[in-house]
Design a protein around this ligand. Structure first.
Ligand SMILES: *Cc1c(COP(=O)(O)O)cnc(C)c1O
Length: 398
């Protein structure tokens, strides 16, 4: 496993991407996080505790399922890694549990984060409840109104939801607000980033916590297929954590083609999509370098996707790097195709996917139709319960 050991380098770079561009007052805190993680990642106690949590609390390993009806209708073999069955309904708990365990070992008593649609906030509130920690989630007022069920879930689990009422009152302002709050209490709190983004060491830590997905899936697939590997592995990409977790299990298998799927939204013009890899260029956001969708002044551009977990104008630095080496192929799937996959998977298999995950399923269906007989393992990053009211109201029952 040399790639995962060699990347990122000690300064947190994947080629030209990554790094840590921090206000000076945060530098010592990130140095402390980095040191703690490096030490704990090698500690048997830490790894055993994480293993215990995954098995007895999260319900891991999640299964790999051969989607036999969908496969028959497409004419190729589609397998699903069922992260929708991970406790709290998505892959995000994998890294939130890791981050919370790190915080505990660092002697912190509080977790702070921002959330957009509320998925990261819910996963972090879950982890905080498990460890008996305080949890402070910053969320734009617009998102609070849109995502009421997730706000309720966070509050039920004891998190404090801080409404953000300045600027666009959405994700970007929530990040600023959470960072500001963290600055004033960094001695006792950990800022828990929600994907393979942000300053080093978060892209490294979150990838490693998520790699359980790919490691399990590889073993399960080998067992189901009698020793074969899939032709393709595919996952959707917002920041890129579920995809990096999945890819980590297969990155040394040169014969397995890795595919990341970004949202093409409702069109190819800036503001209509969130396809960072396809239309972005190198830039800087939230303290790290990556591919970025920027406006004429170089500021992060407005983005859109039917899946709110995918609409981020940046992307993880490791994905930015893996595009330059061409180890991973990046594709874009639009809202209509994702919606069609959402209906198809629900109808044919009785599995309602998150709209985010439906992007990966849509690519698997499209590629399978064009390449009959091919084998595709798709990461079903989350369940679609959070999306059913919106989909039924806007588009009907399919
Ligand atoms: C948040 C979320 C995503 C996008 O996040 P990544 O870091 O790109 O994985 C994808 N799927 C689901 C279900 C999510 O909740």
């Amino acid at each position: 496993m040399s790639y995962l050991k060699d990347f990122p380098n000690p300064e947190g770079y994947f080629g030209e991407f990554g790094g840590a561009f921090l206000p000076p007052e945060l530098e010592p805190h990130f140095a402390e996080i980095n040191h703690a993680y490096r030490t704990l990642a090698r500690s048997g106690d830490f790894l055993n505790e994480l293993r215990y949590i995954r098995k007895h609390y999260q319900g891991r390993p999640t299964p790999v399922y051969y989607a036999h009806n969908l496969s028959r209708s497409v004419g190729a073999h589609i397998y699903l890694k069922r992260e929708d069955l991970n406790h709290s309904g998505a892959h995000k708990l994998n890294h939130c549990m890791g981050e919370a365990l790190l915080a505990k070992h660092m002697g912190k008593r509080k977790l702070i984060a921002e959330t957009g649609a509320g998925q990261h906030g819910v996963a972090l509130a879950t982890a905080a409840a498990y460890f008996g920690m305080e949890c402070e989630i910053h969320m734009g007022e617009i998102d609070i109104a849109k995502e009421a069920p997730n706000v309720t879930r966070m509050k039920l689990m004891g998190a404090q939801v801080v409404p953000v009422s300045f600027g666009g009152r959405s994700l970007k302002e929530a990040v600023d607000s959470a960072f500001q709050s963290y600055l004033s209490q960094a001695d006792e709190a950990l800022f828990a980033i929600g994907s393979v983004v942000g300053p080093h060491p978060f892209p490294l830590m979150v990838r490693n916590f998520q790699s359980v997905v790919g490691i399990e899936a590889r073993e399960q697939y080998l067992e189901m297929s009698g020793g074969e590997l899939p032709d393709h592995v595919v996952a959707c990409i917002g920041g890129g954590s579920n995809a990096m977790g999945m890819f980590a299990g297969f990155i040394e298998d040169a014969q397995v083609q890795l595919n990341g799927v970004e949202p093409l939204g409702r069109g190819t013009k800036l503001g209509e999509h969130s396809a960072t890899m396809t239309y972005g260029k190198p830039g800087m956001i939230h303290g790290f370098k990556c591919m970025l969708l920027a406006d004429a002044e170089g500021n992060p551009a407005p983005v859109h996707s039917i899946a709110s977990g995918l609409d981020y104008p940046g992307v993880g630095p490791e994905h930015s790097y893996l595009k330059t080496t061409e180890r991973v192929a990046y594709h874009a799937i639009n809202d209509d195709a994702a919606l069609d996959a959402f209906y198809q998977l629900s109808r044919t298999e009785g599995i309602i996917p998150a709209l985010e995950s439906a992007h990966a399923v849509a690519w698997a269906m499209k590629h399978g139709r064009e390449n009959p007989g091919t084998t595709i393992l798709a990461n079903l990053s989350g369940r679609g319960d959070k999306d059913i009211d919106y989909v039924a109201r806007e588009f009907g029952h399919g």
